[in-house]
Design a protein. Structure first.
Length: 195
């Protein structure tokens, strides 16, 4: 169960704050707070920790600016999803190739779901004329990742239960966002009603 919670936390967190997740789990292993599986011990290497800390601080800044955060999320579609899949696979690296591939498939899907819900929600929040909603949502994401990591390590079953609720809510959010996008495209399409 701990390996499943770890793989899920890595994949889920990668969809929100990839670099913070790598840094947090690497730091936890480095200081002996949490033992990582052999294939993930590389997260505690000083080069990985330094790169993750640097990129986490860049992301922390980029995520607070309404248009820059959407651009950042768009570019990171190509980074977060494969990274989440790789991290989930590495969590089961000692269990054989078939288990690692299955973990990569499921982990990548979880990362994609989390990323799409996050980036879609943030794009919708960015339409608000005031800056505070964007800052509030960004701060909530900043807190969710370390809290999720802590829960996955300390209370794996609680984390997995909450993750299931999160996935259902994320799927609903993605559905609503897609419906809104369809309406918008119909209105702006030639021959549509127009705005």
């Amino acid at each position: 169960m701990p390996e499943l919670a770890l793989a899920a936390a890595l994949a889920w967190g990668a969809g929100i704050r990839l670099y913070a997740v790598v840094f947090l789990f690497g730091l936890a292993h480095k200081f002996g707070w949490w033992e990582l599986p052999t294939h993930l011990e590389v997260l505690a290497h000083p080069l990985v920790l330094g790169a993750a800390a640097f990129m986490a601080s860049v992301e922390l800044f980029a995520d607070k600016l309404p248009l820059l955060d959407s651009l950042w999320d768009g570019l990171h579609t190509f980074v977060r999803i494969p990274a989440g899949a790789a991290l989930a696979a590495a969590a089961f690296g000692d269990s054989g190739a078939a288990v690692a591939v299955a973990a990569a498939l499921l982990g990548g899907t979880l990362t994609a779901t989390t990323h799409l819900a996050k980036s879609g929600t943030r794009a919708a929040v960015n339409t608000s004329p005031e800056p505070f909603s964007n800052l509030l949502v960004s701060a909530a994401e900043d807190l969710m990742v370390p809290l999720g990591a802590w829960l996955a390590v300390s209370w794996p079953l609680v984390f997995l239960g909450l993750l299931l609720v999160f996935v259902v809510l994320a799927a609903l959010a993605i559905r609503l966002l897609l419906r809104g996008l369809r309406r918008l495209t119909r209105r702006t399409a030639p021959g549509g009603q127009g705005l």
